[in-house]
Design a protein around this ligand. Sequence first.
Ligand code: T3D
Length: 262
Amino acid sequence: MEEHPVLVERRAGYRVITLNRPHRLNAFTEAMHQALKRAVAEAESDDDCRALLLTGAGRAFCAGQDLNERVAADGNTMVLGNALETYYNPLVRMLRELPFPVVAAVNGTAAGAGANVALACDIVLAARSASFVQAFARIGLLPDGGSTWFLPRLVGEQRARALAMLAPQIPAEQAKEWGLIWDVVEDGELMKTATELARRLADGPTMSLARIKEAMNRASGNDLGRQLDVERDFQRELGRSEDFKEGVAAFLAKRKPAFKGK
Ligand code: T3D
């Protein structure tokens, strides 16, 4: 067994989590799932952690499920529903529900569930040489990790269906043009830009960012009326925060705000 399928670096205000199975393009094994779950849970329980940066070691971001783990000794394939229930679905929920922003720095190929873990993050930044592929139909599966939900919302129904059914490997620039991801930067600039982004978010008004995230999550299931109520309730709460006081004071004093995340 590999010693460290996931690396964690603690920095002031945020953590960098690196998927670390480069010889298998950082494909998910059970051990990697468990290590990632632990790393995310530890970040969540750390009061000083106000943002997360997720990336991959080597030339890929993540190639999805490690298919070596999908052939049982008797030749029958495993019960895949259990894998989703135990690992992928909780991971996607966790990333979406963390009370601070998650940045994905997609350093190379993001395939299958690897692409969809990236899409579950709040802001997806990709290196110019990176690519995205909903590889599932190539092996007789359907896109999981929430992508039948994410894709139509991000790129529209027609492109979503084609991405899922034809499984093309689309370059980062096209992913950006289609609205699948936030931005593309030169390969050598990826980690610098991504860490600046994580740093900036970690220095931000964390309660506000958490409520933005939650409001966006809820919007997909709400009609306008309900969503207006959500905004009202969250704004009421944020109006009492120290960061709101600081934001207004800084604006009026024409200085940079010093948010504390409270
Ligand atoms: O099963 C469940 O729990 C249900 C949930 C499923 C979630 C999923 O993610 S299903 C989809 C699984 N992923 C894939 O089908 C992607 C498979 N990989 C590829 O299609 C290609 O490798 C890539 C498009 C990602 C990259 O292509 P390329 O040409 O850059 O690299 P390569 O040569 O194909 O791969 C390099 C090595 O990584 C190679 O090993 P080798 O020959 O050097 O020993 C290759 O076998 C290995 N690798 C890549 N992806 C996987 C993998 N090994 C195991 N599992 C992989 N997913």
